[in-house]
Structures are given as structure tokens and as C-alpha cells.
Design a protein around this ligand. Sequence first.
Ligand code: GLN
Length: 509
Amino acid sequence: MIDYILVLDFGGQYAHLIVRRVRELGVYSELLSVDGTQLEVLKEAIRGARGVILSGGPSSVWEGKHDEIARIIIEEGKPALGICYGHQLLARVLGGVVDKARKPEFGPTIVSIKARDDPLFNGIIETIVVWMSHNDAVLEPPPGASILAVSQGSPVAAFKYGNIYGVQWHPEVVHTMFGLKLIDNWLKIVGVERSWKPEDMVGKLVDSIREAVGDGLAIAAVSGGVDSTTAALLAKRALGDRLIPVVIDHGLHPAGEPWGSVELLRKVGLDVKVVKADDRFFEALKGVVDPEEKRRVFGRVYAEVLEEVAEQHGAEYLVQGTIYPDVIESGGRPGSSIIKTHHNVAGLPRGFKLKLVEPLKWFYKDEVRRIASRIGVPKEIIRRQPIPGPALAVRIEGEVTREKVEVVRKADAIVREEIEAEGLQDRLWQYFAVLTASKATGVKGDRRAYGYVVAVRAVISVDAMTASIARLKWELLERIASRIVSEVPGVVRVVYDITSKPPATIEWE
Ligand code: GLN
């Protein structure tokens, strides 16, 4: 068992970022939702952890919902770090006073560190600007605890009680000065070794696939993207000929994919079979407008096709490239809001017959890329930008038709070509075109034209959990726009999406 830090999710918006930061610092970490997880499971996870971080959350601690969990952590003597709600919870259970804050604090807030000699603040200056978001506050520290920091609205902005720390602010968000440093310091206090390297997990992952499948047969659904290719290649190592890799041709792939990959995949030993099913997808998507419904319909047809392929081969397992953000964003965390139905996870219909094997379920994208390069996934695939399972279906607002797929595919190819011609592909997380549901007026060849509006999206990110827009040069944007309008029939206007994630998502649907 590897050393891990457990992050308990009390429904906080940023809980997943805590996990992310801890892993960045070289320690394995997992998120576990408190609401909806059995107490026994929570207890075991707490016992096994080297330390526990308690996230923020929407509740108020006097509702008493989570006292028992805090008590378990204290009784187990685990080093703990409470953040926001977690801070308030630990303070209250240890006997401190938490009530409505006299001055709620939202956004950038000045904190003054009172205990600069405490190892938690090693290398951190006295006055820092941090990110806060709270209505309640710790008004009095637990008896015997020391106050480490204060702010205008938080007389106890940080406290320490034995090996338990609490901070009212969010060290996990980038807007907090010395946030990563604080988490780094806490890990030092815990004394956990920085030995987590995703690529060292290859052996374990292969073993776990072998164990899961036993002497059965598995199919792997490969899209040509890095996640599914890596999952399939791991499974290939585990199962050899008992793995049947397939590419489902759903007719919604971007230009050149996945056909460009099939040869590459064969070169690395994945002898993929291409299953043509485009008619079925288009038929099923007819008249479907709602994005969630689209994902569901896509997921249903995809599942049917996979079940049929599996049946033909007598396989009962399905290897999928589900990754950690898919799990988190599909609402793998009751207590916080469901962002999207991901077809890899929640999108598979109830009653899906195949047993799932998801070796990459605990990894972020950049970690998957490291694993991929360890096992010899071709560079072209490792670098390939992510695309959601339903592919172009979610890049068309409104009903999906063959004609619209052609339009968005062509526009998308132009976006790629132009961005790649500038050599920007490695700096951008994703860049693509969306066919919007709007129509607009234009003039083509002196004639009034009424047609499609295409949106161009390009973002920068490390793991897709947050993203900022790419500040592309005007000249480049203009070139993209003029090529799309002149080369793609039916398009009269091009707009650039300048919204970051959050509040927007990267994909439009
Ligand atoms: N609900 C608590 C408050 O308003 C905690 C908020 C949080 O964790 N962000 O203070």
C-alpha cells in the first residue's frame, strides 16, 4: 500500500484541487466524499492515511452533520489540516466557538500571520493575500489551541492544536499567496515521503487488470486519444491475446481521426478492429437537442455496440480510459453538484452488461501522459488534444446531422491547421471549433447570405480542472475566421470564446 493523504470532501467547490496540489507535491492523494459514503469506509480510509485534509463545504458546522467524522480523525491521532469548513469543523469539535462571522469574507482577503515560527508558515511572509469564501467563522479557538493567524473577519483565521491545523482560507487555489507552500509545509510536518510517481505504477496497474479479468476475455474501446490508448496498452500487457481492442466508428470523429491512429495503434501492438456503426448513431441522435440527452443517447448506442462486439467474442469485460476528472466531474462526489454526464462513467446505461475495468480512474491527464510515455504510447497520441467521448456530437449545438458534422469537422480542421502552423500545439490544452445554434447574416459574393455561426475555442490548462483562454494573436484569429468563412459552405460568421473555466466549461456541451 502506498502512503497517501486522504482529502475528505465536504462538498467544497475546490476539494478536487487539494488532491491535485498534494499530488503535484509528490504525495499520492485521493478524494473521498463524506456525504453518501458509509462511516465504516470513511473510518478505514482515515486509518490508512498518513494525514487527512478536510475540505470546505456549504454546510454550517452547528448543523452537527459531520462531528462524528472529525472525532474519528482526532481519536485516531491523525495529522489533520482543516480548510474553511474543515477548519471550522475541527475547531468546534475540539471545543472552540464557531458562529456567523461579523464580517463574511469572499475573494481576496488580507491575512496576518501571528506565528511565523510555526513550521506551517516556514518561508511565508507575515502579511499575505489569500482567497476566502465564508459566512461563518471561528470566533474562539479550542481551549489549549494557539491562534496562528487573523484577518478582519476571522479572529481565528488559523489555529493549531497538537498535530491538528486549521486555516480559514483556501491554500489550494492559485489566487492564494504561498498556498502551495503552505500545503508543502504541512506535508513536511506530516513527514510523508515524496515518492509518488504515476509512471512507477505501471506494474501495479498491469497486475490489477490481470486480477480483475482473471482468465476471462476483455474488449477495449480505443478512440485514438491518450487515455483509451494507454488503458488498452496496459490491458494488452496484462492480458495478451485475451484483449480485443476495438475502434467504434460513430461517424463523429474530427477530421483524420481515428483513421490516422489505426496504423499507429497497430504499430504499438494494438491490433484494433474497426466497427462501423455511424448509421446507428445518426439515427439515434435524430431530433435530440438537449446536451445531456445527447450524451445519454450517445452513451446508450455506444454501450449497445460494445455489448454486441463483446458478445461476438465471448468477452465479459470492457477496458475503458476513464480518468480521475471524469469521475469527479460526473458527480463521483455526492454533496457537490453534478457538472456533466460523462459517457465513460455515468453515461453508460443502467444494466450495462459488461464489467468495467478502468485502470486510469485515479489519474489526472498529465499523469496519464507520464504513464503513456513509460509504456511506449506514440508521441503523436500522447500529445493529441483531449476530445470528449461523443466527439463532434457535443461540438454541435442543437440537433446533430451529417451535414452539420461536415461543417464543424471542416471548421475544426482549419483551426487545427492554423494553430499548428504557428507551432502552438504544445502550449495549448485544446483548440477546436463549435457549431453554434445561432444563425447570422453575412454577404457572400455580393449576395446576402444567412448561415451558421462558428465559435473558436482555445484554452490553456494543466489538467482541465480549470482553464484560461489562450490569448491568440489577432492575425491568427483573423486568418482562421477568413478561412472558415470562405472554405466551409454555410458559415457566415466566426466568433472567439473568451470565457475561462470556471465559470464556463471547456466544451460547450
Ligand atoms: N459554509 C461555511 C461558511 O460559510 C464554510 C464555507 C466554505 O467552506 N467555503 O463559512
